[in-house]
Design a protein around this ligand. Sequence first.
Ligand code: SIN
Length: 553
Amino acid sequence: MPSIEPPRATAPTATPTSTSTPESTLETDYLVIGSGLAGLTFALSASEHGRVLIVTKRAPSDSNTNWAQGGVAGVLDPADTPEKHIADTLRVGDGLCHRDIVEGCVREASGQILRFADDIGVPFDRDDSGRFELGREGGHTARRIVHVKDTTGAAIQTALLNRVAEHPDRIQMLPDHMAIDLLTTAKYGGPNAVFGAYVLDQHTGLVRTIVARAVVLATGGAGKVYLYTTNPDVATGDGIAMAYRVGARVGNMEFFQFHPTCLYHPLAKSFLISEALRGEGGILRLRDGTAFMPRYSDMKDLAPRDIVARAIDAEMKRTGDDHVVLDMTHLRPDFLVERFPMIHQRCLELGIDMRKTPIPVVPAAHYSCGGVVVDDRGRTNVPNLYAVGEVSMTGLHGACRLASNSLLEAMVFGARAADDVRTARVERPANVMPWYAGEATSSDEAVVVSQNWDEIRRLMWNYVGIVRTNRRLARAKHRIDLIRNEIRDYYWNVLVTGDLIELRNIALVADLIIESAIRRRESRGLHYTLDYPEKDPLQQHDTILARGDGPVA
Ligand code: SIN
């Protein structure tokens, strides 16, 4: 019988407790971890054939979805065609998209958008005759982005949460509950299958054992692995780390997308300046007013993100400036206020009137194109474990994601997984071990968490950022090995907190990104290295990592 993992411990924020009690065990059909677009889409559909329990580590609306500004890509204009959307996705994905997945998502897009508009109640912007107003973003050769002004994600999130709240009998939500690890039958001597998770109630410090027929990872992205990011604080790669620890395959982690335009301001943390601004005619300029994108691409300011972010990085290094600017001042002032009310308001609060002054911007980590490898139904290689949304790698994005394809992917795969999961069956152990704290004690050295957290994010930014080299990656690997050893040691001996769980996860995700980047000895899509500046046709394949196969433990 394989060894059972040693006990873990929790550090309660309120009442101290060190072991699970029978009352802390919950049972459901489907356990969803995460409450963004993908998880809620799954929950709504799956609740038609089973009980759903959603755990989410902060408030239900704390998700990457809620921060999405741009919109959802889909062919809705008679002058556009699915073939063009497919071609754009494949071109930007730079040889690594899975064509069948791209074709499926693109062809399902218009149906999903209509479903979200009509059934879920998302108030996408329409013109006077009721047709969707379509925006444009980088890499797209047509206007095809449906949106709700510049707060599309928040509108989708609100509509979904409203629908979920209509079914309290079938969908239960546990906010402030953070998944620690997945439960697998392999720990009990059986073949590897998932049957639930240990989840920390961050109010009481109690660890619940949640048993389910299937677990759906919908934990979103991992932008917090980098020092500068457009992502909210919750984006710590939890699902990728949990899945990897139980033997799920993780793919293409080297392809981390940097959004070209994050607001550059000392008081603004992670504030995105949507690509839709360039879609409406915004021009990137140096601080002296020179427009530089024509030197980098025929598509100028609407080139794919990898090209624009690298161009900005190169110009900042060349000029020594700490930012560039996005100029909107040539556009009609009333149009800017009407189309981008939230961005306009936030910029005004910070003393920037985009109608009169160019907006200072820098690139920042935005989206993980890699993730837990899934098939066309959202299934991982571990039975009863699904992954949907940014946490997953479906093959849609390849080496670089086309703008606004991610919300589309979350809609499509949330629905597909909900359809597939009805067949999930699990032979779970008769007696599930409750969480046991062992000898762990409360930490008197919280500084270990903050020190390692800062160090990981800084080393990832400096060594594993927009432009990479062998030496920088080797340095990063050396550092992350030391940090992970220190975290392991600490983790086993103290009562865990939400912060410690996130640190453990982000450190593993950083390691997976570094290892994947080391393995790719070419430049392709979002992975650019000075040591191998060209694309190598022999490396036109995914980078797949699985625990036990390589150097990431
Ligand atoms: C944006 O509004 O620029 C973000 C859209 C996306 O990441 O797809």
